[in-house]
Design a binder for this molecule. Structure first.
Ligand code: RAM
Length: 336
């Protein structure tokens, strides 16, 4: 599995660096039994976040921290507020949250932080002043470029494309879309982005938006969906339609959700990172904040268990890695 070996190579490199850093703390994260961490995904029922939760739990078990997941059913801007308030009232040590909106949960996060709860955003950030640290899955430029490379390749470098995104305010998707728009204008003169629509990370809404896109743009050559919910719904729609093999579907998906569409020829290739590792890293970072090993300042380092050592970068960001491409040659090797 190439994925594993890429991570292993990265880990080996950071382990070497880790030898000097370890002397300052007794053991890795330094968390104790009474560390409690609440994980708050954009919404429940999304396999991507279920995979993140597996990693969060794994980190919790290793660190002896109590990790729980709570979250709203719908990925709407302020649906996470009551869960943040509850975590603060319960005196949880840290909150690990993927934000549906860059500012809508800001006040609640500020209150939680003044009550002593550390805040780590992961996957989708808030504005930086609302959190201690952001654990980013990959560079936004890398994620944008990879999706454009995939769609350009699949439509022969020219024609109309559309974007099927998550919710309209999602910080992560909006950053990637803005970068894709820039790069399309500068590097892909023959590809036209005709519309961007929002499926709200809801399967049925995403499915219906796919149907509508295909109807309103009869010359559409490709759909780029930078959300695991959207790409799976788009692929399902296209797989039983007249557009199968005619309209490319690509973007960001989980291998388990996309496998049948790669195997039946609806989807050629798509990308993602390892969401389990992302949840694991975010939880390790949260425990390091609670233990006082780090504060979120640029240049600080911490050890994230099996992933090795990480350094806090500019703007309080910690980067997991780079996106990975899945296609027919490797999709059978993954299980998440
Ligand atoms: C969905 C969510 C998540 C995003 C992935 C790619 O599961 O919108 O935030 O990172 O897709």
């Amino acid at each position: 599995m190439k994925f594993t070996s890429v991570l292993a190579a990265g880990t080996a490199a950071v382990l070497v660096l880790g030898l000097t850093a370890c002397s300052s703390s007794e053991e890795g994260g330094g968390a104790t039994d009474d560390v409690s961490i609440t994980v708050l995904p954009k919404n429940l029922g999304n396999p991507y976040f279920e995979a993140s939760m597996t990693g969060a739990q794994e980190a919790g078990d290793e660190l002896g921290a109590a990790v729980e997941e709570v979250g709203p059913d719908a990925a709407s801007p302020d649906a996470q507020v009551p869960f943040i308030n509850t975590a603060a009232q319960q005196g949880r040590g840290a909150l690990v949250v993927s934000a549906n909106d860059p500012t809508a949960i800001g006040d609640a996060l500020e209150e939680a932080r003044s009550a002593g709860t550390k805040v780590v955003t992961f996957d989708s950030d808030t504005e930086p002043q609302f959190r201690d640290l952001f654990v980013n899955q990959a560079s936004p430029e890398g994620i944008a470029d990879k999706q454009l490379e995939l769609v350009a390749d699949q439509i022969g470098g020219e024609g109309e494309i559309a974007i099927l995104s998550a919710s309209a305010n999602a910080t992560n998707q909006n950053a990637w879309i803005a970068l894709m728009e820039e790069k399309l204008a500068s590097d892909y003169p023959d590809i036209e982005l005709v519309e961007t629509v929002y499926g709200d990370d809801d399967d049925q809404t995403s499915f219906d938006k796919t149907a509508a896109l295909l109807q309103s743009h009869p010359d559409l050559k490709g759909i780029v969906s930078p959300t695991t919910v959207g790409i799976a719904a788009a692929a399902r729609y296209v797989s039983t339609s007249e557009y199968k093999g005619e309209v490319a579907v690509t973007g960001l998906g989980t291998p388990n959700q996309m496998r049948e569409y790669v195997e039946d020829g609806t989807v050629e290739a798509f990308a993602l990172w390892n969401p389990t590792d992302l949840g694991y890293l975010a939880t390790q970072a949260a425990a390091a904040l609670v233990a006082g090993d780090i504060t979120g300042e640029e240049g600080e380092t911490f050890t994230a268990g099996r992933l090795g050592e990480f350094t806090v970068g500019t703007g309080g960001e910690v980067l997991l890695g780079e996106p990975f491409v899945f296609d027919e040659s490797n999709i059978a090797d993954f299980d998440f």
